[in-house]
Each structure stands twice: as C-alpha cells, then as structure tokens.
Design a protein around this ligand. Sequence first.
Ligand code: CLF
Ligand code: SF4
Length: 309
Amino acid sequence: MTEGSSPSSQVLRTQLATPAFPRLEGRHPCFSTTAEGHARSARLHLPVSPGCNIDCSFCKRDFNRRDQRPGVATRLLTPDQAVGIVERALALCPTLSVVGIAGPGDPLATSHALDTFRIVHDRWPELILCLSTNGLMLPQRIDEIAAVGVSTLTVTVNAVDPAIQAQITPKIAWQRQRLDGVAAAERLIENQLNGIARAAALGMTIKINTVLIPTVNDDHIEEVGAQVAAAGARMINIIPLIPQHRFADLPAPSLMARYVARADAERHLRVFSHCQRCRADACGIPGVNDYTALLYGDDIVAEPTFSHG
Ligand code: CLF
Ligand code: SF4
C-alpha cells in the first residue's frame, strides 16, 4: 500500500477537509481547519497588554519593528488608541472578522485587554473577540471574559506534569507573592485546567498552544493533549520552540519531532497546522497578507525568530 492511500493518510485527508468548527470556518483564521477557510478572513491583534505574571524560559518580550514572533510589538496601545486602530484596520482590510489580544505580555495580568474588548464589543458586536493567555488568571476572570464578549480562547499549556512545567516556567507571581519551582508549576497547571473547564462550561471554543521544547516536553505532548481535551479544549496548536532567552542553547525541534508531537496530540483533539507565530500587533490573514506596516505607517522588517503563540 502506498503512503498516500494508507488508512491513516485517508483519515488525515478526511479530517483536513472537514471543518472542526463549522460556525467559525472561514470567519476565524485560527479556528478554521480547511486551507480555504483559513485563508478567507483576517485577524487584528491589539498590543494593549504590557505585563506578565509568569516567567517562561523561552520568552523574550520586546518592542521592536524587526521580530516576527509573539511577545513583540512595535508599540503598546491604550484601550482608547486601540479603538482607533480597529477603525483603521476595518477600512484597510475588508475581510477582518477577528480582533485578538495576545500580548506583548499576558492579557489577563492587567486590566487593559478586557477594558479594550468591552469597548470594541460595544461598538462592533459582529467582530469575533479572541483572547490568548497563559491561563494563570483564567478561573478568577472567566466571568468577566465572557461578559465582554470573548468567544474564542487560547490557553498556552506547555506541560501538565509539575516537574516538567517547573523547567519551562520556574517562577510565577500569584496573589502578590512569588512562587518558585514545582509549587509555581502546580498552581499554574491547576489554574489552566480549571479555567479551561469553566470556559468550556460557558460555551467558549478553546484552543491550546503548546510550545514544543526538545528534551523538555517533547515526550509529554500526548499527556498534555489528553488532559486539556478532558478539561474541554477542542483543538491544539503545537508551536516549535525558537531557542532564545534561558532556552537559547536548546535545538529547535526537527521536522520529524514536530510530526510526532502533532500525531501524539491528535489522539485526543484536533490539531491546528496553519500557525504563523504572530506578533502581538499583527493584522491580516496569517501567512497570506500583512497590513501591520500600513496600519501603523511603519516599515517593519520581520525576522523569523519566535518564542510562544
Ligand atoms: Fe490571534 Fe491567537 Fe486569536 Fe489567532 S493568532 S489570539 S488564536 S486571532 Fe493564530 Fe497567530 Fe498562530 Fe496565534 S496564527 S500565533 S494561533
Ligand atoms: Fe508571559 Fe507569554 Fe512570555 Fe510566558 S511566553 S512569560 S506567558 S508573555
């Protein structure tokens, strides 16, 4: 039997041709699972969230015009400035259907993101609001998140074993105290899984971002998939590490390692495979067009460096 006609490749072809979320197919580039659906609508990221409450070993947050990766933006916007950017983006990009907030820090570490969503939702109720978070504050803020109109949620879950998670995020800020090591990891994982379950109960569509980190969590992806799926997540996005910050000496995952990780995760939930590792101020269809420079009047030169999604 040739590879192209094996049972597993037929299953894969059927999955790729079947929208995972019919209501979002063609309306949300990161929740569309067919190639046509992914390329039909654009998203705008509003870089309104300045700070973070955890300390990931692969994260190098920055403000510059050069790096094409999460955690980076050309500028930080106030909620009121962000409204002006939505106006401009809608004029520039007629297929814009999603407004997301994904950084440069964590959108739930400060109030800026939810304040911004509230204003945007009042003015443009037809836009899909999309939030990407590390999940530490998810249980505490989930009712507020639902109230401001967020319907699609991404939670970055890199491990569900505290010993592994402690290597990835060795410290967090929790209730005005610093937690370290396994204690920090246990708190983060518990809040992530609890927050996912509560978001699912409220009817949100939930995607997981997992950074694939060779020698750290590459043998652990199936367990992550199993636990986030049990909590209520519907899709996972495996993001290859860009080695930087405290993980600068690790290798980037090979193509085979990425394939294996995606196959491991796919035993439990759908895998998103169009991720472009966007900046926190991106605008356009990921991987198809980019209006960011036009939107801000900048001349952004992108470099393919990346930390998380
Ligand atoms: Fe942005 Fe993320 Fe919403 Fe998409 S991006 S907040 S879910 S609207 Fe998409 Fe960009 Fe990958 Fe993120 S391609 S980095 S998965
Ligand atoms: Fe915070 Fe995200 Fe950076 Fe981790 S990767 S430290 S959650 S901004």
